[in-house]
Write a protein of this length. Structure first.
Length: 374
């Protein structure tokens, strides 16, 4: 099941919204409706506050998208491929298939996001000044002032020197330049990020004890998210360094369990899935690879039809999304594994199936080499 849906393509960059984004949108609208705008413009009808909140949340969404687009455009200008942008519960992320090639590129990419946020803040400040000179006041100016404040906050928050925030990436670029070691630089910057996340969560708990329920929950959520992101980002850097230069053929599973195309789903489940404990199997007919059948595909079929439905009828036909060459770089293979959502890819040589590579294979290699290098 996909966790995001495509919104649009901007500057040839696909933009997706993770379903968790709706959680934060709901919280923002609720906070603005119940607290912020009733304080800035007391005495208005509730429907007016709701409209102000919805418009402001939409403009905030556009501001965050502009922030991520700034990162992506700078990355593309520095020959870094951007596969898309996903907006999720606490902001957004630009998906890169490779890390910046130098500290200078990292710095330029990292600074672009906060620079865009401050630019937008300046635009809203200018608009507020113009409205004030024209004698305009009320809901419109309150929304403009909110967008000025929130863009300043987004810019400043992202400049905090804790990885993976933009400020953490700026710090990493400086450390990377100084130490000439991206792994060490990432470890230090991630440490700052985890420390800041812990402080946020502690401050959130203090807010809960002082009956500031909403702000306390916000701070704890953001702190928890940053801590997880810092850990994940560091592991990704270590993984890329360990896998750098390795080829798929070095750790594929060559004892491939295949399923004949005429196998019924009942047989597939009992004799293959339960027996070998894999979630997907290559499908063959007369030694010809036809596709891949997954446990998810089986679950889509009613149980009373398992005896009459064959694997050939429900399999995913062979496609480039789960086919790789044995000489492919390990990191490129891992990227394909993540993107296809199947957890496995089939290794082909001269049209023949010679092995299978799974995320489990890569992670086992990663863990072993990590232990050796300790």
């Amino acid at each position: 099941m996909k966790r995001a849906f495509k919104l649009a393509t901007i500057f040839n960059i696909p933009v997706e919204i993770n379903y968790s984004w709706f959680i934060v949108v709901g919280l923002i609208i609720f906070t603005l409706t119940q607290g912020y705008f009733p304080n800035t413009d007391p005495g208005l009808e509730p429907i007016i506050y709701w409209l102000m909140a919805i418009i402001s949340a939409s403009c905030l969404f556009a501001s965050l998208l502009a922030h991520e687009l700034a990162h992506s455009i700078v990355a593309k200008r520095n020959q870094l491929p951007i596969h898309g942008i996903t907006l999720f519960i606490f902001g957004g992320v630009a998906h890169m298939s490779q890390e910046p090639s130098s500290p200078a590129v990292e710095f330029k990419m990292a600074i672009a996001g906060p620079a865009m946020s401050f630019f937008l803040a300046l635009l809203f400040f200018g608009l507020d000044t113009i409205l004030a000179s024209l004698g305009v006041s009320g809901p419109i100016t309150s929304m403009v002032q909110y967008l000025f404040i929130i863009n300043v906050f987004v810019g400043l928050f992202n400049l905090i020197p804790g990885f993976p925030l933009d400020g953490g990436r700026i710090l990493r670029s400086i450390l990377w330049h100084f130490y000439r070691d991206v792994r060490k630089a990432t470890a230090i910057a991630s440490g700052f990020g985890k420390t800041f996340a812990l402080l946020l969560m502690l401050f959130g708990l203090l807010n809960l004890f002082h009956n500031n329920l909403l702000s306390g929950i916000w701070l704890i959520f953001i702190g928890f998210f940053l801590q997880e992101a810092a850990d994940t980002s560091y592991r990704q850097v270590v993984l890329k360094k360990i896998l750098s230069g390795l080829r798929v053929e070095q750790f594929i599973s060559k004892n491939v369990i295949t399923v004949p195309a005429n196998t019924t789903l009942e047989t597939l489940v009992n004799d293959y899935i339960f027996n070998y404990r894999h979630h997907s199997f290559p499908v063959i007919k007369d030694d010809q690879l036809l596709g891949l059948v997954t446990f998810h595909d089986v679950k889509e079929v009613s149980r009373d039809k398992w005896n009459t439905t064959t694997v050939n009828e429900i399999m995913v036909p062979i496609s480039d999304s789960f086919i790789i060459n044995k000489n492919l770089d390990a990191m490129d293979a891992l990227t394909k594994l993540v993107q296809n959502g199947l957890g496995r890819v089939l290794v082909i040589e001269q049209g023949k199936l010679i092995g299978i590579l799974s995320q489990k294979d890569i992670m086992q290699l990663f863990q072993l080499r990590t232990e050796i290098e300790k």
